[in-house]
Write a protein that binds this ligand. Structure first.
Ligand SMILES: [Zn+2]
Length: 232
């Protein structure tokens, strides 16, 4: 069988494969993907900071309430009429007010600590938002650049497909079907020459049966890499 038309077809098809793999290996595509990963992780971070802020705010509120309650209990102690109180009672009131005042100062320190924590979370949140926005902008730019690349390649691929379709008419239907099944299975190039008694694709030595088939019907499948090996 004369395989020259199929070899021409393969040469044209190789242009298509090259164009498609260049598009797949596009730096813009890679950049868009890595920026998208960054965007997603920053988004997760803002959500968790949001939760942390809510927890800290709740703690602050609780502490404020405790402070108020403690403060009003101190006021009550201080408002007691001490004029007619016995000395022992005075001593116990004084001890109580000191205790409450100490508590107030502990609560105040905790409030300050939680306020500092909230401030830290907010700062982190704002920085994360800014990074999120920057990564989002970079993602949009890379995506647009990749889409421009795709748009530029698409008509070239369509043109190649048209030419390939026209070339198919000059090729034996059976071997063309076989050929296409292999390209679908991501085998490329499909057609490789016989080199001595070895496959021109994978370089492995072929069995005498396969070499015999190639001599007889001008081609046969390599039993190692499944490419179609043709004889001269
Ligand atoms: Zn092979």
């Amino acid at each position: 069988m004369n395989l020259s038309n199929l070899l021409d077809f393969q040469a044209k098809y190789a242009q298509r494969v090259k164009m498609e793999s260049a598009l797949n290996a596009s730096a813009h595509k890679k950049n868009a993907q890595s920026q998208l990963d960054i965007v997603n992780s920053l988004k997760e971070r803002t959500v968790s900071l949001d939760n942390e802020a809510a927890i800290a705010a709740g703690e602050y509120e609780k502490l404020s309430k405790t402070y108020e309650d403690t403060f009003s209990s101190l006021q009550k102690v201080l408002a007691k009429n001490i004029d007619d109180s016995a000395e022992a009672e005075l001593a116990s009131l004084s001890e109580l007010s000191t205790k409450i005042t100490n508590n107030l100062s502990i609560i105040e320190k905790r409030l300050q600590a939680v306020a500092g924590q909230i401030n830290q979370i907010l700062q982190d949140y704002n920085q994360t938002r800014a990074k999120y926005k920057a990564a989002g902008d970079k993602y949009k730019q890379s995506k647009a650049d990749f889409e421009a690349e795709q748009a530029e390649t698409a008509p070239k691929l369509t043109e190649l497909d048209k030419e390939l379709k026209a070339m198919e008419k000059g090729i034996d239907a059976e071997i063309l079907t076989k050929y296409k099944a292999k390209t679908t299975a991501k085998i490329f190039p499909v057609l490789v020459p016989l080199r001595g008694n070895s496959c021109g694709g994978c370089g492995m030595e072929l069995s005498t049966v396969v070499v015999g088939d190639i001599k007889k019907q001008s081609y046969a499948d390599c039993e190692h890499c499944r490419k179609i090996v043709y004889g001269g």
